[in-house]
Design a protein around this ligand. Structure first.
Ligand SMILES: Nc1nc2c(c(=O)[nH]1)N[C@H]1C(S)=C(S)[C@@H](COP(=O)(O)OP(=O)(O)OC[C@H]3O[C@@H](n4cnc5c(=O)[nH]c(N)nc54)[C@H](O)[C@@H]3O)O[C@H]1N2
Ligand SMILES: Nc1nc2c(c(=O)[nH]1)N[C@H]1C(S)=C(S)[C@@H](COP(=O)(O)OP(=O)(O)OC[C@H]3O[C@@H](n4cnc5c(=O)[nH]c(N)nc54)[C@H](O)[C@@H]3O)O[C@H]1N2
Ligand code: SF4
Ligand SMILES: [Mo]
Length: 681
């Protein structure tokens, strides 16, 4: 058999953006491996993608364009041709634009693929030229992005490779083994050299179980912990005066502000014992180098933006940014200064509208579909996303998707809940079946992936679908004829120094090229010499350090004794948001409700019992998993389950609300109060 091996990049929404070797036998994809030559992938893949050939070759893949024949949401379709599909979509978009204005059309996409071309290229050009509403893509990291830009002036952090030099590593709301496993070998190496590894999380997941110490923290209370740590550090003179003098402002006011934040006060809010807070603060301030891996869990709360700001201030207080293996890693995506204007062409909005189009927040899709006027949303196109599963306040979202007067196009790989509501359903390629250019949010290597195999059936890449639509709608701007390679070159044509030397030719040869963030062979230390993005200095902003417990929490203003438990729905190790939700093993994992023995006992619930989790918004039918992974008062369900796989078609977001975090317009998924009861077998 003729076997070939192709370089590719994992396109899933994961910090690691692994370099992948794809084996192809007689045109069929047979195996996915990690590229041993990539400095962060280092030859292995996570469990999800090691089995990706099963997804590529699945008999359940969507292979042909289809038109809905049943009721919305029912999932009955008939096959049509691409020509018919494109003509129908173009016709309906033209009709909506003529009757209600082009802003009645809404694109809806997120990070099904992280590739630039299939994620934010021809699609953006098309919708800009059409004059459609613009989507504010807030659902994952809106609060954190706003917080980091405000506090550090950039979204660049410590390189993963530098963690091997750390002596203390704190995983702060970061389930490293589950969600960014390629940092783990560097942590193992550091620990072999004597480093300690701590976790701060309401859930003691796999990462917490393997830590030297786990600190259970109440959801949404991180700011209180930071304030008390600052109280100890400044009270005991453990701060780095030289770094603070040279690179920060506001220390005098900060000193004053944190005086009242005693560890006793923080203990009551966080659930972490005062002595533990004191010891953690001392250890963090006196161990060098000390690195914090903060992931995006913390910012999925009502205080998530401020909490991210507060945590991001800690390394400046201790001068940890100066150390190789110190500092903070949230995201590295701020290193990728591609030429976005050339890729996405926002200027095209001027042609149709003469101005920029309105912006709709993706996190409140339910309200947008059921409440927006001037104009209402009359047509929507979903790609790279599964809003019927992942968006909060699921009932509202489903009500919106079920609207008879909404024309819905969905481009998908599988028959998701969202696909069930489509009027026109289009079959999409997977990452091994198209070309793309990839950034990462967990390392500094730009990557190029060439198609490894022909797509099955009539699947098409997003870039091609939008080219066809543009042609059908008569958009004649030459940018709609750009090939994928043209778009790659345009994206890389950036004046930013980090992109110097990152060319298509070099990517073609090397597949993966380190951004020019530091001279070759030298580590990248984004804030060793201050904060260029905020004018040189970081401000200890007190507005980000004014803590009030989240409204929807045990200590909050809207506490209601009928719903006394804090429900969080963090990532499941073996899936990727709702992607892989159709795997039976994943469905079983995401059907679990993790509870503490006391909360289970007082409700007559035993390990393995069926339970109903509910609040005023919805009902989840799950299976109790009674163990030591959460504290009393907190329950957790690994997410995001497919609603259609459940008995009552409700996933975790049937419980969550449209309440937003304090910054960036992102959801407060992890502040969600519920009650739990045992239900019949
Ligand atoms: N296996 C797997 N990997 C993934 C994903 C996946 O679904 N599955 N999703 C990908 C995506 S889209 C993203 S954004 C990243 C996210 O990666 P992470 O941010 O690591 O994942 P989360 O589960 O959102 O949150 C991390 C941790 O924060 C904890 N947490 C919740 N609330 C709080 C809080 O108030 N304070 C603190 N300190 N901790 C809290 C959760 O219990 C969880 O363990 O992972 C990516 N990788
Ligand atoms: N309760 C709760 N809800 C959450 C979260 C949580 O932790 N708890 N996490 C939130 C976070 S961090 C995020 S990022 C969002 C993620 O939300 P989404 O971005 O919607 O992510 P997925 O659920 O993985 O759905 C992506 C879909 O894109 C499809 N897809 C993949 N590649 C392509 C392609 O090339 N073309 C097309 N057309 N389709 C493709 C996949 O088949 C998949 O169905 O969910 C959020 N929702
Ligand atoms: S999901 Fe993440 S860890 Fe797994 S292969 Fe993709 S990039 Fe690597
Ligand atoms: Mo995300």
């Amino acid at each position: 058999m003729a076997q070939t091996v192709h370089h590719s990049t994992c396109a899933l929404d994961c910090p690691d953006a692994c370099a992948v070797l794809v084996s192809v036998e007689d045109g069929r994809v047979t195996r996915f491996r990690g590229d041993p030559a990539h400095p962060v992938t280092r030859g292995f893949l996570c469990g999800k993608v090691a089995q990706y050939a099963e997804r590529v070759n699945s008999p359940h893949r969507l292979l042909y364009p289809q038109r809905r024949t049943g009721a919305k949401g029912e999932g009955r379709f008939e096959r049509i041709t691409w020509d018919e599909a494109i003509a129908t979509i173009a016709g309906r978009f033209e009709d909506a634009a003529a009757r209600y204005g082009s802003e009645s059309i809404l694109p809806y996409s997120y990070a099904g693929t992280m590739g630039y071309l299939q994620g934010s290229g021809m699609d953006r050009r098309f919708f800009h030229r059409l004059g459609a509403s613009r989507l504010d893509r807030t659902i994952c990291s809106g609060a954190g992005v706003a917080a980091l830009n405000q506090t550090l002036g950039a979204r660049t952090g410590t390189e993963p490779e530098q963690f091997r030099h750390s002596k203390l590593i704190i995983a702060w709301g970061a389930n490293i083994l589950g969600t960014s496993v390629h940092l783990w070998p560097f942590i193992v190496e550091a620990r072999r050299n004597g480093a300690r590894f701590y976790t701060i999380d309401p859930v003691k997941n796999r990462t917490g179980s393997l830590s030297d110490r786990h600190f259970f923290i109440n959801p949404g209370s991180d700011q209180a912990l930071v304030l008390a740590m600052m109280h100890v550090i400044l009270g005991e003179g453990l701060e780095d005066r030289a770094y603070i003098d040279q690179y920060t402002t506001g220390i005098t006011a900060l000193r004053e502000h944190v005086r009242a934040w005693t560890p006793e006060r923080a203990e009551a809010l966080t659930g972490i014992l005062r002595d533990d807070i004191v010891a953690l603060a001392r250890e963090y301030a006196t161990t060098r180098p000390a690195a914090i891996r903060l992931n995006y869990g913390v910012q999925r709360t009502e205080r998530g933006g401020s909490a991210t700001c507060a945590i991001a201030m800690l390394p400046a207080l201790t001068g940890s940014w100066k150390d190789i293996g110190g500092g903070l890693l949230v995201s590295t995506s701020g290193g990728y200064h591609i030429n976005r204007a050339a890729l996405e062409r926002p200027d095209l909005q001027q042609i149709s509208l003469g101005r920029d189009a309105r912006i709709v927040n993706m996190s409140t899709l339910g309200s947008a579909l059921t409440g927006l006027s001037d104009p209402p949303v009359k047509a929507m196109m979903v790609y790279n996303s599964n809003p019927a599963a992942v968006v909060p306040d699921q009932h509202r979202v489903h009500r919106g998707l079920a609207r008879e007067d909404l024309f819905l196009v969905v481009a998908e790989q599988f028959q998701t809940d969202t696909a069930d509501y489509a009027d026109i359903l289009l079959p999409s390629t997977m990452f091994a079946e198209h070309d793309d250019l990839y950034f990462a949010y967990g390392h500094y290597y730009m990557q190029l992936a060439r198609k490894a195999a022909e797509p099955p059936g009539e699947c098409k890449p997003n870039s091609e679908v939008f080219r066809l639509l543009a042609a059908r709608m008569g958009f004649t701007d030459p940018c709609f004829a750009d090939s994928d390679d043209d778009m790659i070159r345009q994206s890389l044509a950036s004046p930013h120094p980090y992109l110097q030397g990152v060319t298509l030719e070099r990517l073609e040869r090397e597949h993966s090229v380190r951004l020019n963030v530091s001279p070759e062979g030298e580590p990248f230390q984004p804030h060793a010499q201050g904060f260029p993005g905020t004018g040189g200095r970081m401000e200890f902003r007190l507005d980000a350090l004014a803590y009030e417990p989240p409204d929807e929490s045990r200590h909050g203003t809207s506490y209601n004794a009928a719903f006394p438990l804090e429900f969080i729905s963090p990532k499941n190790d073996d899936s990727m948001n709702s992607t892989f939700g159709n795997r039976p093993t994943v469905d079983a994992q995401t059907a679990a409700l993790v509870m503490h023995t006391l909360d289970a006992g007082s409700r007559g619930i035993q390990d393995g019992d069926p339970v109903r989790v509910f609040n005023g918004r919805g009902n989840l039918l799950l299976k109790a998993s009674v163990n030591g992974a959460v504290r009393p008062g907190v329950v957790s369900s690994p997410s995001v389950r497919w609603p259609k796989m459940t008995p009552n078609r409700q996933g975790p977001n049937a419980l969550t609300s449209e309440r937003l975090a304090d910054m960036g317009g992102s959801p407060a998924f992890y502040n969600c109060m519920v009650q739990v009861e045992r239900c019949g077998d």
